[in-house]
Design a binder for this molecule. Structure first.
Ligand SMILES: NC(=O)c1ccc[n+]([C@@H]2O[C@H](COP(=O)([O-])OP(=O)(O)OC[C@H]3O[C@@H](n4cnc5c(N)ncnc54)[C@H](OP(=O)(O)O)[C@@H]3O)[C@@H](O)[C@H]2O)c1
Length: 291
């Protein structure tokens, strides 16, 4: 598995990790979900992304089962919900996550969304406390604009803001205008979520190109040059920036295999131009949303 330097830390992480949104929602799928995560881990997808919010902690319990005999090999990421971002709230949320994940530390702890109720200063102060206690290794944020990242880093002082996890895919390139350049300049890892597009309830639900569209046709045409699928082209395209990693969610083992293979191709300048013409970059930056 290709590894990339993680922020300004001295560790590396796999360029592709495993998302877990919707895991733990349906008890009858638990075994299948654990199997999928295990298959990914055995094949190098050792970065796992979860959150206290997913299935109200249920996803963290699935992850606990999948990593119980290999915790040391995993780069474990979880998130504190915006509503829990007071100083005390962050510390208590972390304690609950550790319990559900059956572990004593988190590798990367993220503020899930900007909070309506709690100042970044308070949340980041709690994060530094958790690093100093050895309960989390690295501090990150998610869905943060450059202005908010500035604010967070200002509070963190000597502690590093290692990562910003943001939505990024062919149909939403807004982070290319602000978040990615900001993070590249400062050595912050961009972790792309929803690499195949948003679920219907998020951001207008711009998902993967539908069958029969010219957009899917062009991905198919490009993929055809490498024996790759449109999904593999889409994932590979996200990873063309050195400072970007991604966390697709795949419960289907065939999807995991496909995602692993997406690293085998290198898109040419001509491919990238073609992609630009069908999935144009707009001028806006990432939108600010708080909870
Ligand atoms: N920080 C945040 O606010 C935030 C927001 C959203 C997501 N996330 C994180 O990012 C992760 C990924 O985002 P996401 O779950 O929204 O979307 P995603 O990973 O872009 O897409 C997931 C969908 O793509 C399918 N899929 C995966 N690999 C495929 C392949 N090779 N070919 C065809 N279909 C494939 C999956 O099917 P199967 O499951 O059936 O295999 C699933 O239906 C989440 O699980 C979560 O951990 C974070």
């Amino acid at each position: 598995m290709i590894q990339r330097k993680f922020g300004k830390t001295n560790v590396t992480v796999p360029v592709i990790g495993q998302g877990t949104w919707t895991y733990g929602e349906n008890k009858s799928l638990a075994l299948e979900e654990v199997k999928a995560l295990r298959f990914g881990i055995e094949n190098g997808l050792t970065l796992i992304d979860t959150a206290e919010e997913y299935a109200k902690g249920g996803a963290e319990q699935i992850v606990a089962e999948a990593i119980k005999d290999c915790r040391g090999d995993i780069f474990l990421t979880t998130k504190v919900s915006a509503k829990n971002c007071s100083y005390k709230g962050v510390i208590e949320a972390l304690e609950r996550s550790l319990e559900r994940l059956k572990t004593t530390y988190i590798d990367l702890y993220l503020q899930h969304w900007p909070s309506k109720d709690h100042q970044v200063e308070e949340t980041m102060r709690a994060m530094t406390h958790l690093v100093e206690k050895g309960l989390i290794k690295y501090i990150g944020v998610s869905n943060f604009t450059p202005e908010l990242m500035d604010e967070a880093q200002g509070v963190l002082g000597e502690h590093i803001l290692a990562c910003n996890q943001v939505g990024y895919h062919l149909n939403d390139r807004r982070v290319e205008n602000d978040v990615i350049p900001y993070c590249q300049e400062r050595g912050i890892t961009v972790m792309a979520y929803s690499p195949f597009g948003y679920a219907p309830q998020f951001f207008g639900g711009v998902g993967f190109p539908e069958p029969g569209t010219k957009e899917l046709q062009v991905l198919d045409e490009i993929g055809g040059r490498y024996g790759a699928t449109p999904y593999q082209v889409a994932l590979n395209w996200i990873l063309r920036y050195e400072d970007v990693t991604t966390i697709p969610k795949a419960k289907d083992i065939e999807h995991i295999k496909s995602n692993l293979k997406s690293l085998e191709l290198t898109l040419s300048e001509e491919d990238l131009k073609l992609i630009d013409s069908y999935f144009p970059k707009t001028n806006e930056g990432m939108s600010f949303v708080s909870y």
